[in-house]
Design a protein around this ligand. Sequence first.
Ligand code: ADP
Ligand code: MG
Length: 449
Amino acid sequence: MTFQDLNLTTPLINALEDLGLSTPTPIQEQSFPVILSGRDMVGIAQTGTGKTLAYLLPLLKTLKYSEQKNPRILIMVPTRELVVQVVEELEKLTTYINARILGIYGGTNINTQKQLVAQGLDVLVATPGRLYDLAINRDLQLKSIQKLVIDEVDVMLDLGFRFQLNNILELLPANRQNIMFSATMTVEVERVIAEYFRNPETISVAASGTPLENIHQQMFEVPNFYTKVNLLQHLLKDKETFHKVLVFAGNKRIADRLFNQLDPLFPEECTIIHSNKTQNYRLRSIRQFGDGFCRILVATDVMARGLDIEQVSHVINFDTPAYPENYMHRIGRTGRAEREGQSILFTTSSETEALEKIESLMNRKIEVSPLPEAVEISSELIPEEQPKDQEIYNPLSHTDEDKPGPAFHEKSEKNKKVNLGGSYRREIKKKYKKPKTRGDKNYNRKKKK
Ligand code: ADP
Ligand code: MG
């Protein structure tokens, strides 16, 4: 398969030739007919697989010359660096095409951008914030947008652009084609798709060339969060084997919760990265882990994408990712450069479906290891694990408004009990009679003051 086979226009073929590109990547090959067909599309593929050209080529192929002022194609990206990058790519591809391209982003003079918009354009590349400012003040008309691309949508949502994204989507004409690209699939991404996309075709390219052969995979069946912590603690005690460990958690909350447990157990050996941490904090975490100063890094899926860290001894999946591609991305962090890598998956009975998806994507089973005897099974549950079948007091379901709801008081008492903060520490204290680790001792000392 070559770019010639995609029936591109001669000016595009020539531009690709100038760039020295001849063969489409898998995501490019598979997205092309779907985008041309006008259907909504969701593309999931790892970083570096060529997603930019995957949408630019079919869009440019169908872009007709026009003199109208308002843009017809809108490409939204999360950062200004990406605006610049996509604009550059567009300019190279349109060397032999008459197309008006404009990139806009925050942090620069908005009046200059207003003037540029006023000159008329075909393709607009923008970050959501600045785009919204221009659109809401009517400096930019979005009524002619026929095709929308949301690129790196996982990063966009992780950076907190959901509000702006929703607002912009509401401003766009209903009759448009929606295209989205992402390296990871998340619950939030899925929510955007469910709300705004019409029957999209999903194209998912499993991390190509993932050196699965280099990565030894195993898993433990673990009932809950605290037992996972106990198991992780047990494993990490072996500092020689587990010398550079990347621990993945499904979301920021679990990542924080896990870090708060691990940090006192392994003082000065742990660090954490997720999008709620400041840029400085994140950079320091990466440096400390990369340099080997900290041997344990807790990370979320999206954040770990920006990391290029060599010689990770183990990837530990603290939970089983619901989207199998994310598992492939995670384990691809170890076993690089011909080295043997180790991946350990923790899975609970509620994650069976996710596990099956992973195994079917890889077309292989992950070997189950028995839980080491030294690992204590905890029966304590975190709020996310509490059974959800308790009836929640719903005022609308009570028809007699004057009647006080005794059930309401009962429930709130009950809830209070369930949510006792710090109960885990109390349990530990009961069991060991004295602070279990140095971290706990510090904690107690601080409290007494
Ligand atoms: P992604 O968005 O998936 O992370 P990019 O679109 O930024 O990836 O592309 C990554 C790199 O691969 C870029 O340097 C790009 O020029 C290059 N590239 C893209 N498509 C091809 C191709 N068909 N053949 C060779 N290189 C390509
Ligand atoms: Mg990209």
